[in-house]
Write a protein that binds this ligand. Structure first.
Ligand code: FES
Ligand SMILES: [Fe+2]
Length: 360
């Protein structure tokens, strides 16, 4: 939030501690700060972040950003991948390194039909079976690569995103990607996307929503009702009803938050303005998370007379993320935190979230 007027009408109380860092950031400086690497942070070991990555479906890339015949390198979950869209329109992801002499196939690889051709000597990989199907200059394909020789990853497209199933072992998906009808509805806007690099852990980030005490100190909000918490088999959520102040008086608002696994998270706001937030949060390294918040609103509202209020809601959510990021960027993982009575259901969250880690 940049201008003085916006700050003055903000529901938040006095400058919170992180404000000292954020208050001078405007426009492009703020965007740069959101993405820039935090240098000089403590190591993964010192911060106890070496706990692996939780398994689940994760958003990887916008569907529109991968055309038929296009190959892209990816790095997520401390691994390298090559991703391509075959001539049949299907997206495939395999481990990046060629079994021949080790080229990274995401850099300079080509799509041949539905196969991925390595840039080094043109070996051609199948994205389903994980085998080499063709070697243009060889009469015989070596038996070691004629059978499954590289890991292939489950991919689906939903909600205008490419999703990948991550599990440290090669285990079939245990749940689905939820379809969000608004994302496919032409009466809703294209995504407005805001992006961050967080130099911390996805679990610490997920814990934020149940950490009731931090709202006052980090976000400056007086009381945040936790709402009705829902704890399902693979997903959890909350429904919060709140009175929201607007220029035309108080409005009954609702916030409905849902997750499915650690990588799918979406929130529906009603009241001031209808908004769907698809929070795309994907780990890159044990101390690096790539976050992209995708907002969509009914076109009639986003282009109507209350467009300013609809925009302000998005700005406010992004500001909250900025404030949390200041903490997350340096936060350690405390496996046995000392909890006091005003803390909210952090232990319950921890116990729940532990299901997303493969047992050693
Ligand atoms: S390294 Fe890939 S074909 Fe030789
Ligand atoms: Fe927060």
């Amino acid at each position: 939030m940049a201008d003085i007027k916006a700050v003055a009408t903000d529901a938040r109380t006095p400058p919170v501690a992180v404000w000292q860092i954020l208050e001078k950031l405007r426009g492009q400086d703020l965007i740069d700060w959101r993405l820039a690497e935090v240098k000089g942070r403590a190591s993964v070991e010192e911060r106890s972040l070496n706990i692996g990555f939780p398994f689940g479906w994760y958003p990887i890339e916008l569907s529109a950003d991968l055309a038929i015949g296009q190959v892209k390198p990816l790095r997520y979950f401390a691994r390298d991948f090559a991703m391509w869209r075959g001539e049949d329109g299907k997206v495939r992801i395999i481990d990046a390194y060629c079994k021949h002499i080790g080229a990274h196939m995401g850099h300079g690889g080509k799509v041949r039909g539905n196969l991925l051709e390595c840039p080094f000597h043109a070996w051609r990989y199948d994205g389903e079976e994980g085998v080499v199907k063709e070697i243009p200059y060889a009469r015989i394909i070596p038996p070691q690569v004629r059978r499954k020789c590289t890991r292939t990853w489950h991919v689906i497209e939903a909600n205008r995103w490419i999703w990948m199933w991550y599990h440290p072992e090669d285990i079939e998906p245990l749940f689905k990607v939820e379809n969000l009808p608004e994302a496919a509805n032409p009466a809703w806007t294209d995504y407005e996307i805001h992006e961050w690099n967080v130099w911390g852990s996805i679990q610490n980030m997920a814990e934020n929503g149940v950490d009731v005490a931090h709202f006052k100190f980090v976000h400056g909000t007086a009381n945040v009702p936790l709402g009705e918490l829902r704890w399902g088999e693979w997903g959890r959520g909350a429904d919060v009803k709140a009175k929201m102040g607007t220029p035309w008086g108080e409005v009954d608002g609702g916030i409905s938050y849902d997750t499915m696994g650690p990588g799918q998270s979406w929130t529906r706001f009603t009241g001031i303005s209808e908004t769907l937030l698809v929070a795309c949060v994907t780990p890159v390294e044990l101390d690096h998370v790539h976050a992209r918040f995708c907002f969509t609103q009914p076109r009639a509202q986003a282009e109507g007379e209350r467009a300013g209020v609809a925009k302000a809601l998005i700005r406010d959510i992004c500001k909250q993320f900025d404030q949390d990021k200041v903490v997350w960027d340096r936060q350690k993982y405390q496996p046995n935190p000392i909890i006091c009575d005003g803390d909210g259901p952090i232990p319950q969250f921890r116990k729940y979230y532990s299901r997303y880690y493969a047992q050693a």
